[in-house]
Design a protein around this ligand. Sequence first.
Ligand code: PLP
Length: 406
Amino acid sequence: MNQLGLYCSRCSARLPFRYQDMKCTCGGTLLVNYDLEHLRKTLKKEALQTRYPSMWRYRELLPVSNPDCIITLGEGWTPLIRLQKWEQKLPIRQLWIKREEQNPTGSFKSRGFSVAVSLLKESGALKAAVPSNGNAAGALAAYASRAGIAASVFIPSDCPPLIAEECPLYGAETYLVDGFIHDAAAIIEAGKQEQGWVNVGTLKEPGRVEGKKTMGLELAEQMGWTFPDVIIYPTGGGSGIIGMWKAYLELKALGWIDGPMPRFVCVQEAGCQPIADGLSPDSLIFRAEAAAQASPTGMRVPQPPDLPLILSIVKQSGGTAVALTAGQIAEATQALGAQGISSSPEGSATWAGMLALCDSGWLRPTDSVVLFNTSHAMKYAKSVNFTTLATIKSYADYKSLKLKRE
Ligand SMILES: *Cc1c(COP(=O)(O)O)cnc(C)c1O
């Protein structure tokens, strides 16, 4: 067994391991505890070098005990690409992009669901449900079908249609919901007893944070066991920020890395910006109307399940939060496209946030910066801010252009 149980991220209480109900009595989120002192002696980072290029190379730091229960589709070990040309133009030292869109379900949600569904398998669960803006639904659908577990997914009706359409393809019961992701979550909570579902929503079980933790482990390994100065991450429910912060703490405890924590920057779309709002203390009110103005992406989570934890990580790390307009995000999609990178609105928001923080002087000339491209542009085609269709020409256009030239 890899894990020693759970601990509370708020009051540090220790509890035995379970895979449902991750709230401590104090209200804090419960996280998986590992025997890091023992691992420090028995696991050397050099031992990883010969392992398979997948996030399961970190299996000692993942909570699945029975290797036969690991449900994998080849997730993780995504490329980290350096953007040298832009480094010369921008007032920063290094710029990298982590290509999470190359995961098996076209988004980094594969990581969380590989672990979450493995835990379901290990526990013998037969049915699971998730509220989602799309990518979590697709990932649960894919991993559950591979595990032989029945999946039900609940998606706000304005979310990207191609992402929703992929879910029944994997065999998931797929429902569109009027409202936000928290309205979808309420439907699952109300029905879970009757339907026999395990709710695998954000912070409802330990697997998704642990799976996303591998982004941090991998980033450190790919950068030669160092962390960049700054990580810019498109934040929704926050499990990625929580996971990468946990990766930092565990690597530190293992003695595999040294130095300060990276500064975590959360980017969101203006309107739905609970993290930026939370950092300026007097505006912590949920404004449904403003949130409805934001595009339906993975960042549109007006009420993250543990906002205080996200805020404390951002503050502790010396990070910040930036809210970007839909226009800035659309321009960023083009800027990344011009470098050969297909980026979803969320991934594009990290580029837009980086530019904004260069302009404001928050990023420094000595900083190395890593952007997380969490999904493909393709999955968002025919939905939010997809403007390039208008620029595509027909064969007749080509012929008439050719005639004019001749
Ligand atoms: C879910 C999602 C996010 C938000 O990630 P969290 O870790 O839940 O904050 C960002 N980008 C994409 C593409 C997503 O699907």
